[in-house]
Ligand binder design. Structure first.
Ligand code: SF4
Length: 303
């Protein structure tokens, strides 16, 4: 990246009283100019603390919506309107209503990887980092959980509760790329490495992993661990941050092309465009925002 571009970005940030927040899966050049890099909820909460008028949220649609919901006094913009998470689209309000009718007495836990309209229908939200804790906190041995089926199964295995996936088949197209074979191949190629996996991976991968955690948990674990080599089973964008923050350690992707095209839709020049007054303003209908905020706040109380 040229010095000229770096200077332009920092000048625009000052002029517009803006911050750039980038998800762990963003392109490395965007992570490098961001004021903070993290998971979606970490960033949304960071936006609350930061004194800024404009928040450029470089991530996918549902993440920028959460930032807008938690920061109603700030202008939140997303670099590319087309950066939409396919998993979030799998749990529509209509699907939720159908399951509510089928299981009227069960609480509904909605993973933050969902649209605002769906969060608004949840009893409580969860992240991949606190899903186990959230489900444990509910006074029910049976819960509805969506949209990620693998995360639902992981939570069931950790809590002993019956976790009913909503819909039955929800998945992240990136994390379903991992399987037992890739774990075995990684073990053969890097026998002394710790295998870390995201809980959106299939159960066969999680059973074989040395460590299971969200992106923020992986970042903390890698920092604190005495191990020097890690194989990482999550979107490859996280490796940039892991390598940058742990220069003496080595990180290998479990699958080289585990790349989220939706996350990668945002480019550095789109971020610059946002700072210059472009981008796409994220607006959530006030009633939807209010109900979604309540489900998010319940999660914060638990976690
Ligand atoms: S990595 Fe998966 S869950 Fe995350 S934005 Fe991409 S498709 Fe959605």
């Amino acid at each position: 990246m040229s010095d000229e571009l770096i200077e332009k970005i920092s000048k625009l940030k000052k002029e517009k009283k803006a911050v750039v927040l980038a998800h762990n899966y963003q392109r490395s050049e965007i992570q490098d100019v961001a004021d903070a890099v993290g998971d979606s909820i970490e960033l949304s909460r960071r936006a609350v603390e930061i004194d800024a008028k404009l928040v450029v949220f470089s991530a996918v649609d549902f993440m920028a919506q959460s930032a807008a919901i938690l920061n109603p006094d700030k202008e939140v913009v997303i670099p590319r309107a087309g950066a939409r998470c396919p998993m979030a689209q799998m749990l529509t309000p209509e699907v939720v209503e159908a399951y509510r009718r089928r299981y009227p007495s069960l609480p509904l836990v909605v993973y933050v990887n969902s649209l605002a309209e769906t969060k608004a229908l949840a009893d409580i939200c969860c992240t991949s980092a606190n899903a186990v804790k959230v489900v444990e906190s509910l006074n029910s041995d049976r819960v509805l959980f969506g949209p990620d089926r693998n995360l639902a199964e992981y939570v069931a295995s950790r809590t002993g509760k019956e976790v009913i996936p909503v819909p039955e088949w929800g998945f992240c197209p990136v994390h379903v790329m991992y399987d037992s074979k890739c774990v075995e191949e990684a073990r053969a190629a890097h026998p002394d490495a710790v295998f870390m996996a995201h809980p959106e991976c299939p159960p066969e991968v999680l059973e074989k992993a040395d460590y299971v955690g969200s992106t923020s948990q992986m970042v903390r674990y890698a920092k604190q661990s005495s191990a020097l080599k890690f194989v990482v089973a999550t979107e490859v964008g996280l490796l940039h941050r892991l390598r940058k923050e742990n220069p003496s350690k080595r990180f290998f992707p479990a699958v080289e092309d585990a790349l989220c095209v939706n996350m990668k839709a945002n480019r550095l020049l789109d971020v610059v465009e946002c700072l210059a007054g472009g981008g796409h303003r994220v607006v959530v209908e006030p009633k939807v925002a209010e109900r979604a905020r309540k489900a998010l706040e319940k999660m914060f109380e638990v976690s």
